[in-house]
Design a binder for this molecule. Structure first.
Ligand SMILES: Cc1cc2nc3c(=O)[nH]c(=O)nc-3n(C[C@H](O)[C@H](O)[C@H](O)COP(=O)(O)OP(=O)(O)OC[C@H]3O[C@@H](n4cnc5c(N)ncnc54)[C@H](O)[C@@H]3O)c2cc1C
Length: 500
């Protein structure tokens, strides 16, 4: 967990550096970016402590990935729904100070002498929000591994299939294979089985029993274990087999998926010879964990670290402060660890950002309790990452023709050629030579695989620098070209070169 050395639980002085400057034109004390568990917790805690808060989210409804729901949803199928309701009620109670701005996709943020300008796109129109501080709570997205056939219609990310079900009540298919690694596969598979799909199996590439080697962490996470047991019972009730050290290594079909090949894996995730078998299916849902969404901290020049799962995450201290004054980061943007951890970090960020801007001191006992919770939840997350690592053998599932970057249709062979024949030994150089990551998603889908393949062909491990090069995007969301002209100066919004 990337934190600075221990600090007193109770903040010393109300404000420092940029946060203490006169607000001048800032309409808000705090702009919270993202209304998931972390952002909602931050915004409500800050507003309750007297701060004027803008809560921006690209989505039409609050809740983020964890509490994604439909308009008339009663929450019956959701975990922790009463807690979500409490947060919504708190947001409503403090509405005089808390503006929820749904449908606001933040694409750029810049520092000014007195704070920050957050640039968002709402209904196609530009919107600027001025604030003295920001809390970045933008969550994470699915981490994908390519395999032959993964670009066929009918192959979903596990998170995508889950989002379809929770956000739209749509089951991704009728005969579904769920594969990848990590405990997230369990709610995805059981949700689809409960919704009437035939789930042909959950194929876990890793060895979940590795988790049992950490009995202390396991015991401390009794609630999480009970949750997993609940999903396993649901799967058993629907007759869904759960197989470890097995995964989908190929998807077949002409216009869409008609079958998936699953195979046993060895300790390095190489295919065990003679174990391939084909399952007839119309849908494959695959997930290999998540990648923190760090474009905005990167834009702002925040220092990054590598987390236990190898992802690049924003570095924060015990008050959730990044290394840039006035910028707080909470939730999965500073390390994938689940909704509980995101809530805890969000509350800490909200309390401290409010203290820095309004001088309202948070209750030191409350802060100490949150810090204990954060440490326990980070510990559990680290144990999960250690139990469900992505092993390097997946690279051997690919053929030369396997597409790695689906936006620009760049194959594994083209990446190999760029490294071995053209001498491009880091992902940025490979991007220039072969175009992976140049398309609409800007490397969100293929970035992990491109970095791993590049490093392997160059005969080395993936470095922090590789990931930093892929995470740096001056524009965090796709925007129309016309928006890049700053209406005030006719130029692109100022972009600090050093922040990349
Ligand atoms: C697709 C997907 C589905 C998931 N489903 C589940 C699940 O069902 N159960 C579970 O336990 N965990 C799920 N997770 C894991 C989940 O990320 C965490 O457990 C938890 O939601 C993290 O909370 P958070 O507040 O850090 O981020 P999130 O909940 O991801 O919230 C981040 C919010 O930021 C917003 N945002 C991001 N970038 C921008 C931007 N540039 N401009 C404006 N808004 C922005 C997003 O719209 C989102 O609402 C899912 C993850 C993903 C990626």
């Amino acid at each position: 967990m990337p934190t600075s050395p221990a600090e007193p639980a109770e903040p010393a002085e109300p404000a420092e550096s940029a946060e203490s400057a006169e607000p001048a034109a800032a309409a808000y004390d705090i702009a919270v970016l993202g209304a998931g568990p972390a952002g909602l917790s931050a915004a409500t805690a800050a507003a309750a402590h007297g701060a004027r808060v803008a809560l921006l989210d690209a989505a039409p409804r609050p809740g983020g990935q964890y509490w994604r729901h439909r308009p008339a949803d009663d929450g019956a199928a959701h975990h922790d729904w009463p807690l979500f309701q409490r947060l919504r009620t708190a947001a409503h109670t403090h509405r005089a100070r808390l503006d929820h701005l749904p449908g606001h996709a933040v694409w750029h943020i810049e520092r000014t002498a007195t704070g920050f300008v957050t640039h968002a796109l709402s209904d196609g129109a530009p919107r600027e929000v001025l604030s003295r501080t920001v809390v970045v709570a933008t969550g994470a997205y699915d981490r994908q591994l390519p395999f032959p056939g993964w670009t066929l219609p009918g192959v979903y990310t596990a998170g995508g299939a889950q989002a379809l079900l929770k956000g739209h009540g749509v089951v991704a298919g009728r005969r579904i294979v769920v594969a990848g690694t990590g405990p997230f596969l369990l709610p995805v598979a059981s949700g689809m089985a409960e919704a009437g799909a035939t789930v042909l199996g959950v194929f876990e590439a890793g060895r979940p029993t590795a988790f049992a080697r950490r009995p202390l962490t396991t015991l401390r996470a009794a609630v999480k274990l009970a949750e997993a047991a609940h999903y396993l019972r649901t799967l058993r009730r629907h007759g869904v087999p759960y197989r470890s050290r097995t995964t989908v290594v190929e998807a077949h079909g002409a216009d869409s998926v008609t079958g998936a090949v699953v195979a046993r894996l060895d300790d390095r995730w190489r295919i065990v010879p003679g174990t391939r078998r084909r399952l007839e299916c119309d849908t494959v849902a695959v997930g290999y964990g998540f990648t923190p969404q760090t474009e905005i901290p990167a834009q702002l020049g925040c220092a990054m670290d590598r987390d236990a799962d190898g992802s690049l995450v924003a570095r924060v201290d015990t008050r959730q402060r990044s290394t840039v004054p006035g910028v707080y980061v909470a939730g999965e943007a500073c390390g994938v660890g689940g909704a509980g951890l995101a809530r805890t970090e969000g509350e800490l960020a909200g309390l401290h950002a409010a203290y820095a801007t309004t001088g309202v001191r948070p209750d030191p006992h409350g802060v100490a309790r949150l810090l204990r919770l954060r440490a326990a939840r980070r510990g559990f997350a680290a144990a999960l990452h250690a139990a469900y690592p992505v092993r390097p053998g997946w690279r051997e599932w690919l053929t030369e023709d396997t597409v790695v970057c689906r936006c620009e249709e760049v194959t594994a062979g083209a990446i190999r050629h760029a490294v071995r024949e053209l001498g491009a030994t880091d992902p940025r150089a490979v991007k220039l030579c072969a175009r992976p990551g140049m398309g609409l998603c800007q490397g969100r889908v293929c970035g992990y695989a491109t970095a791993a393949l590049t490093a392997a062909h160059a005969g080395r491990e993936v470095t922090e620098e590789d990931l930093r090069g892929l995470a740096s995007r001056p524009i965090a969301q796709p925007v129309p070209l016309g928006l890049l002209r700053d209406p005030r100066s006719g130029t692109m919004p100022h972009h600090d070169e050093e922040s990349q």
